[in-house]
Write a protein that binds this ligand. Structure first.
Ligand code: PLP
Length: 375
């Protein structure tokens, strides 16, 4: 252990390190097991269908240019995103993953003591980014039962110190969506001086007709910033590309805090090619939807309560302490997450794998002694 020379800001020590999915393995060991398909990592909501071969090809071709700093404004990528989204390039900023797209928004707008309202449980980055800026995350518990974001309670939590309200739609880890009508009413009730970070990381998996994207509401609500990622349906989690779409005045300020070359050359080319491969996306979405239904049915047959997922993962109430279930699944080669960290100890969050992985996981879950004892 290196002797600490420089004391960190107090707030840094309050941030909990990310808990790895498999504490008894080193990352290198885990990679080896994954390479040999001896382990199924169903804990990070990654796409089991990989990246588009066209994206891989584009990145291979771009590899011979990596001695150069590439376009620091990522103009070609932002232009393509803008065209797909029906906005102008000035409405788009890029991030090193959705994670950074969230952090950049917070960095630009949250000063010490400012408040950021978010549902709980939700994606941890909103609270972490706020804490790092010495802001105050205000966590509003989701409704009991259906675990939907409690929108009236979130509105009631807004104060003159509130700078941003985050809403993850569909939400991670619950997988449920807020419908368009409710979303509109929610946005209409938020003061126009408060930004709304609408995280749509899982939008491509949404099948619910009631869903409305924040991008389509931008003209009506210029305080909305919609955040997306290439890490899910596009299968580019390792490349780290995300983006935000907002009013050009907001984007201009975010651009000032953005590290200039935050999205690397390969990632830019990979993301552009991925956007062009509609067929690949369609196939991934279709396979995901089929697996979502199949696994939901199997888990329901186990007597567990499955929340209606609109994502590539399932949040399920096992009705018992889920930690031993996750431990036993891990021992059998399946990394899934127990819900205690989110305050839901009887829940599991299971990322949808390939049909083979999902089928094998169900066989493991069926045999767990804990479950049989408890039923
Ligand atoms: C809701 C949500 N937003 C954003 C992200 C960030 O993804 P990335 O940083 O890989 O783009 C994730 C990743 O799991 C997520 O679940």
């Amino acid at each position: 252990m290196i002797k600490r020379q420089v004391a960190p800001r107090t707030v840094v020590e309050t941030i909990k390190p990310y808990a790895p999915g498999w504490p008894d393995r080193t990352p290198a060991e885990l990679c080896r097991l994954l390479d040999r398909s001896e382990v199924a990592k169903l804990s990070f909501n990654e796409s089991p269908y990989g990246p588009s071969p066209k994206a891989v090809q584009a990145m291979q071709q771009a590899a011979c240019q990596v001695h150069l700093y590439y376009d620091m404004e990522a103009k070609a990528l932002r232009q393509k995103i803008a065209e797909r989204s029906g906005v102008a390039i000035d409405n788009v900023y890029i991030g090193n993953g959705g994670d950074e797209a969230i952090a950049l928004l917070v960095n630009a707008f949250v000063a010490p003591g400012d408040e950021v309202v978010l549902p709980w449980p939700t994606f941890g980055q909103y609270a972490n980014a706020t804490t790092i800026m010495d802001g105050v995350p205000v966590k509003v518990p989701v409704r009991e039962g259906d675990l939907m974001a409690d929108l009236p309670a979130m509105l009631a939590a807004i104060t003159p110190r509130t700078k941003i309200v985050f809403l993850c739609n569909p939400n991670n880890p619950t997988g449920v969506v807020v419908g368009g009508a409710e979303l509109r009413a929610f946005l209409a009730a938020i003061p126009s001086t408060v930004l709304v970070g609408l995280d749509e990381a899982y939008i491509d998996y949404v099948a619910d007709d009631a869903f409305v994207t924040g991008v389509s509401l931008l003209d009506e609500f210029p305080n909305v910033v919609t955040i997306r990622t290439f890490s899910k349906v596009y299968g580019l989690a390792g490349m780290r590309v995300g983006y935000g779409i907002g009013h050009s005045d907001v984007v201009t300020l975010v651009q000032r805090v953005r590290p200039l070359f935050n999205v690397n050359t390969l990632a830019q080319f990979g993301a552009m090619a991925a956007l062009d491969d509609a067929e690949f996306v369609e196939l991934s979405v279709r396979q995901n939807a089929a697996q979502r239904q199949w696994l939901s049915e199997r888990l329901t047959e186990l007597g567990w309560r499955v929340l209606p997922s609109q994502t590539n993962f399932i949040f399920v109430d096992t009705g018992m302490d889920a930690a031993p279930l996750a431990d036993a699944a891990r021992a059998a080669g399946f990394i899934i997450r127990a819900g205690a960290g989110w305050g839901f100890p009887s829940f599991l969050r299971i990322s949808l794998g390939t049909p083979q992985q999902n089928a094998a996981l169900v066989e493991v879950l069926k045999k767990l002694p804990m479950q049989q004892e408890n039923r």
